[in-house]
Design a protein around this ligand. Structure first.
Ligand SMILES: Cc1cc2nc3c(=O)[nH]c(=O)nc-3n(C[C@H](O)[C@H](O)[C@H](O)COP(=O)(O)OP(=O)(O)OC[C@H]3O[C@@H](n4cnc5c(N)ncnc54)[C@H](O)[C@@H]3O)c2cc1C
Length: 397
């Protein structure tokens, strides 16, 4: 890297690099008279990027969560248990927040079929909260029963990015209609989240994202691992709705790597989002009761004739659903940096800036990372390695 490039990168990352001079129309003197020069085109450049401060001594906590992966995709069928109609709404892999409004719209429709007005929702995570709100707004009287609520739920420990097909299903094991069903859920959710933008606390916002690569280009997606699950990828179905990504030329970015892809993506500031959904539900007349169910027969305790089952990974034990595979994921939280408004992905580590902290996550070289691992104890060494990887990037600037 030459001296000029290095120093301009330093300036950009330090937030000192200026926006390109945006001369609009200028006056040119010609022999005493003034004529208007043709307007030059405004230059668009990436605005200065504040550097991520990556060091192990900025780690404030480490959290672990299990994605409830089902090869067939989320369970959304309806069954009868004793005198209860049970509507299932669980098993959303790494896409629970992203698909929540769409999936819960289907569950709410199933629950209200038959005209019932009293509905119990089991679970107070992403799926339970959105199901409860949608049911309530459709005129039902709703009580949430759950072992844990925010901040103890697994949903609370999610990264908080728009990732509607992250470990959502095995493409070889889904029913033929699943891709279209997924698209319906994703489109409904996407539209619902657009209505939550611009609120105080920014429960939902957009951020710039950069995918960086030192060597090979960025095409081709994630490498295939021998014996790996064929994770479904349906992003193409949202083409034209969700903004796309494009490769940047070297002059358009400050990063010391060979390839950079840039786009904007939606993010969920989960602390605020979960708090807002809970408050809205309670303010609109809903009730939350702490209760644990050990077997489906325990549903007999409830007075409501219809139950929406949003127990996430908990359904594996409660419903003896061994089609749920845990996919472990860990986040190292670093002290917040309000000046950082972009996320990045580099060497299998993702970084997302949230108001409550910088989320740093080792994501591995394939979606098999953490597959089948039910260990929820934090691994400090994994956290420090992830932080060191990103620190290495900034050390080169
Ligand atoms: C590291 C990591 C990062 C992630 N990042 C994202 C992301 O950026 N975007 C995204 O869309 N998704 C993400 N996910 C996936 C997302 O977190 C899950 O899909 C989502 O949390 C599932 O929500 P849920 O409501 O089904 O389950 P949970 O949040 O687990 O909620 C289940 C609820 O049911 C209750 N419950 C369970 N069993 C019982 C029982 N027997 N009796 C009573 N109550 C019970 C629990 O107490 C809880 O209230 C991530 C996952 C991980 C692990």
């Amino acid at each position: 890297m030459n001296q000029t490039t290095t120093s301009s990168r330093r300036a950009l990352l330090a937030g000192l690099g200026g926006l390109g001079a945006t001369s609009l129309a200028g006056c040119v003197a010609t022999g005493g008279a003034s004529t208007l020069a043709p307007p030059s085109r405004p230059r668009f450049v990436v605005p200065p990027l504040a550097p991520l401060r990556m060091s192990a001594d900025r780690i404030t906590r480490i959290t672990v969560c299990l994605r409830p992966f089902r090869a067939a995709g989320p369970r959304l069928d309806v069954e009868t248990v004793g005198d209860k109609r049970v509507v299932h709404n669980y098993g959303h892999g790494g896409s629970g927040w992203s698909l929540s409004w769409g999936s819960s719209t289907i569950a709410a429709r199933n629950a209200l079929e038959g005209g019932t007005k009293d509905v119990a929702v089991i679970g107070c995570g992403a799926l339970g909260l959105t199901s409860a709100l949608l049911l309530q707004r459709a005129g039902a009287r709703v009580t949430i029963y759950a072992k844990e609520r925010t901040p103890q739920t697994r949903s609370f420990r999610a990264t908080g990015t728009w990732s509607p097909d992250s470990r959502i299903a095995d493409a070889d094991k889904v029913a033929p209609g699943f891709p279209a069903l997924w698209e319906e859920m994703a489109r409904t959710s996407y539209a619902a989240y657009q209505t939550l933008l611009g609120l105080p606390g920014e429960p939902v916002s957009w951020s710039d994202r950069y995918t960086l690569s030192d060597g090979a280009g960025l095409g081709g997606g994630r490498p295939h691992v021998e014996g790996a699950v064929h994770f479904a990828e349906y992003g193409e179905r949202l083409h034209g709705i969700v903004p796309g990504f494009r490769d940047l030329s070297a002059s358009e970015h400050p990063f010391p790597v060979a390839h950079v892809r840039h786009g904007v993506s939606m993010q969920f500031n989960v602390t605020d989002l979960a708090h807002m959904l809970t408050s809205d539900f309670l303010m609109e007349g809903g009730r939350i009761e702490t209760m644990t169910f050990d077997t489906p027969a325990d549903l007999a305790r409830l007075k409501e004739p219809v139950v929406v089952n949003c127990t996430g990974y908990g359904a594996r034990a409660l419903w003896k659903d061994e089609t749920i595979t845990p996919v472990r994921g860990q986040i190292a939280w670093l002290a917040p940096q309000p000046e950082v408004r972009y996320g990045l992905y580099y060497k299998h580590v993702s970084v997302l800036p949230r108001p409550d902290g910088i989320v740093v996550q080792q994501v591995g070289d394939s979606d098999m990372w953490g597959y089948g691992v039910a260990e929820e104890r934090p691994d400090r060494a994994e956290a420090e390695n992830a932080v060191a990887t990103i620190a290495g990037l900034y050390a080169k600037v």
